[in-house]
Design a protein around this ligand. Structure first.
Ligand code: PLP
Ligand code: COI
Length: 361
C-alpha cells in the first residue's frame, strides 16, 4: 500500500528537544503522526500527517464501549547515527492478537512496520541520545463507527504517534520502587481481555493504582482472581531473582499480557546468557521466600519501564516486606546493562531484535 506524505512546511515545525533536556515519560510530541482508516473490510488511505486533533462522531463506538488497543515500542539512535527499533515485529504480532481478542481487524505485519519506520524516518532528529532515553512509539487503534448497538464496529482508525522520552518512573533504573500487593483489586479473569493490550484494561487499573500511590507505592502487584498466584504489575511484567541468580517470571496465561521484554529475557536464557524461566508462582511462597532471603531481587519488566527494581512489597494489612538488602541487586543491574547495550547498539543484539529505520525520504 502506498503511504501518502502530507508534511508540515519546515517553518511550521516545532524544534526537537535539546540533547541535555530532561524529557520525562510521554509528555513530548513530534510534528507528525501516521493515520489509516478501516472501512468496508479493508485498510485505506495510509498517510503521515501533522500531529493534531482527530475528529470523531459523538456516536463513535470507542467512546461508548471502549473498543481500543495500543502498543508501546522504542527506537534508539546508535553510534553509527542510524535509528533502530527494538523488536517491533513482536509488537505488530501482539497488536493482531489484541485485535482478535477485541473483535478488531488485524494489520499485515509488513504494513505495520513500514508505517512506523516511515514515520520515524521523517522525525529522525526527535530520537534522543541521553542515557535511559529513547523515542517511544505508541501505535493504537480505536472503533469509529457511529452506532449504539453493542457489537464490533465496522470502522476503525489506526494511528501511530511518537514521544521522545526518558524513564517511565522518574528515578529511572537506580531508584527502586515499592509495590502494593492487592487482594482487593484484580486486573483480569480467564476468558477476559487480560492478554490483550486493551485500553479498557488500563481504565480498570486506575482505581487500584490510586490506592497504591496513596501508600507511596508506584504500582500494584496483581494476583489471580482467587488471590493465589502472582500475575503482573499494572504496567509491567513481574520478575524475581532466586539465590542461584535465576530470573523467574510468572507463567503466561490468558490473564497476563505477553510482555515482549519478559519474552526477550526468556530468550536470553535460551541463548545461555543468563538463567531465566517462567513458572506459576504462589504469592504466599513468594513472600515467604523474600522474607527468608531465598529470593534476593525482584522487579518489573516492560518497554516503558525496561527493568525496574522493586525494593519492598506493601501488604494490605500494612506489613512491609523488604527485598534483599534494599539496594539495587547485582543480577538486575547486569541484566539492565546487557539489555540496554543491545538496545543502544553498544553490544550486538540477538539476531532479528533490531530493525534499522531506512531512509525513505
Ligand atoms: N504488563 C502490562 C500490564 C503492561 O502494560 C506492560 C507494558 O507494556 C507489560 C506487562 C510489559 O510488556 P512489554 O514488555 O511488551 O512492554
Ligand atoms: C509500555 O511499556 O510500553 C506500556 O505500554 C506501558 C504503559 C501503559 C505506559
Amino acid at each position: 500500500m502506498r503511504i501518502d506524505y502530507q508534511l508540515l512546511p519546515e517553518s511550521e515545525r516545532k524544534m526537537p528537544p535539546s540533547s541535555g533536556e530532561n524529557l520525562g515519560f510521554g509528555t513530548r510530541r513530534t510534528n507528525h503522526m501516521f493515520l489509516m482508516n478501516y472501512a468496508d473490510g479493508e485498510w485505506r488511505n495510509p498517510r503521515i500527517v501533522p500531529y493534531g486533533p482527530i475528529s470523531l462522531m459523538p456516536g463513535a463506538m470507542c467512546l461508548h464501549y471502549g473498543q481500543t488497543l495500543f502498543e508501546g515500542i522504542k527506537a534508539f539512535r546508535h553510534a553509527d547515527g542510524e535509528i533502530y527499533t527494538f523488536r517491533p515485529d513482536k509488537n505488530a504480532e501482539r497488536s493482531n492478537l489484541s485485535a482478535k481478542i477485541l473483535c478488531m481487524p488485524s494489520i499485515p505485519v509488513p504494513l505495520y512496520l513500514e508505517a512506523l519506520h516511515r514515520l520515524i524516518d521523517v522525525e529522525r532528529e526527535w530520537c534522543p541520545t541521553l542515557p535511559e532515553s529513547s523515542l517511544y512509539i505508541r501505535p493504537f487503534m480505536f472503533a469509529t463507527q457511529d452506532a449504539l448497538g453493542v457489537k464490533p464496529s465496522k470502522e476503525y482508525i489506526f494511528c501511530i504517534m511518537l514521544s521522545p522520552s526518558g524513564p517511565y518512573y522518574p528515578g529511572g533504573f537506580s531508584k527502586a520502587i515499592r509495590l502494593l500487593v492487592t487482594k482487593t483489586f484484580h486486573r483480569a479473569v480467564s476468558g477476559g481481555t487480560g492478554e490483550a493490550k486493551a485500553g479498557g484494561n488500563y481504565a480498570a487499573s486506575l482505581r487500584a493504582a490510586e490506592h497504591a500511590y496513596a501508600q507511596n507505592a508506584a504500582q500494584v502487584l496483581y494476583l489471580s482472581a482467587d488471590n493465589s498466584q502472582i500475575e503482573e504489575v499494572g504496567s509491567m511484567n513481574h520478575f524475581h531473582v532466586r539465590k542461584d541468580g535465576s530470573f523467574v517470571i510468572p507463567a503466561f496465561t490468558d490473564t497476563i499480557l505477553r510482555s515482549i521484554t519478559a519474552l526477550s529475557v526468556l530468550e536470553l536464557g535460551r541463548l545461555g546468557l543468563i538463567k531465566a524461566r517462567e513458572e506459576s508462582i504462589k504469592i504466599d511462597d513468594f513472600l515467604k521466600d523474600v522474607a527468608s532471603g531465598e529470593i534476593i531481587e525482584a522487579g518489573g519488566f516492560g518497554t516503558a519501564a525496561v527493568i525496574s527494581p522493586v525494593n519492598e512489597y506493601l501488604l494490605e494489612d500494612g506489613t512491609v516486606i523488604k527485598v534483599g538488602t534494599g539496594e539495587i541487586g547485582a543480577h538486575s543491574r547486569a541484566l539492565y546493562e546487557l539489555y540496554s547495550a543491545f538496545q543502544t547498539g553498544l553490544q550486538p543484539a540477538p539476531s532479528g531484535w533490531l530493525h534499522k529505520v531506512e531512509h525513505y525520504v
